[in-house]
Write a protein that binds this ligand. Structure first.
Ligand SMILES: [Zn+2]
Length: 237
């Protein structure tokens, strides 16, 4: 689904025909496994903060406090101006639901179902295409893929809270728990975690990643890494 998001659809009707289902499934349907809930149970009594490049809202849905999460790369639940002419984001739930319903689905218990007679369409009606309320250009997803990404007020507040959390805890015992971070954008979580573990006296680094668990040589004595399924490890913990 992620790769399909980069396809240059020739019309906005086709573009949103793909994106509405992609967003609905990943943002508005429940995750298939209780991985996030298990993680939340582990940290909810602790002074935690979540830094994530995920955009699917799963942390909030599992109960993590909104003011303890920094979504660096956006959210499938938000539109923005594609230009962008202003730095504001817009909740898209209502529009996305209308789009998938227009394609011949119905929504039952949060899941998408085909209707008996319905043929599934791959487009959305022209009238449902979202446009910027200020400049009239098409809306786009609030996802960081190029320089048009809108960092709105909520984004900046979360960035400040994360920075403050690090400053407040850098001299204390702190665990950098890294879950499933690959080498797509290592500069956001992985490398800063290595550097802070190396610099902060009482820091420890834990890396859980099936297939890519690793810690840099400088922090060998302050780290542990496991090449296993994150869901399985959290269950054991
Ligand atoms: Zn605009």
């Amino acid at each position: 689904m992620y790769s399909g998001g980069f396809y240059p659809y020739k019309t906005l009707e086709k573009h949103w025909g793909y994106w509405c289902r992609y967003i609905y499934i990943n943002r508005y349907m429940d995750a298939p496994k209780p991985v996030y809930q298990n993680l939340y149970d582990l940290v909810k009594e602790k002074d935690y903060f979540v830094l994530t490049t995920n955009v699917d809202h799963c942390f909030q849905k599992a109960g993590f406090a909104k003011n303890r999460i920094f979504y660096t790369q956006g959210d499938y639940g938000l539109f923005q101006c594609s230009e962008p002419c202003h730095k504001k984001t817009y909740d898209n739930e209502e529009t996305i639901k209308k789009m998938v319903l227009s394609q011949g689905f119905r929504i039952k218990d949060g899941e998408l179902q085909k209707t008996e007679d319905g043929e599934i369409k791959l487009t959305v009606p022209t009238g449902l295409i979202p446009y910027c309320p200020r400049c009239g250009k098409p809306m786009s997803m609030n996802l960081r893929s190029d320089q048009t990404f809108v960092e709105d007020e909520g984004w900046h507040q979360a960035a400040e809270r994360y920075e403050k959390f690090i400053q407040d805890h850098k001299k204390q015992k702190i665990v950098f728990l890294e879950l499933g971070v690959g080498y797509n954008t290592p500069g956001i979580i992985k490398y800063p975690f290595w550097q802070m573990t190396n610099t902060f006296q009482h820091a420890f680094y834990v890396c859980l990643n099936q297939g890519e668990a690793y810690a840099s040589a400088e922090i060998t004595r302050k780290s542990v890494y496991m090449n296993e399924d994150i869901g399985e490890i959290l269950k054991e913990l």
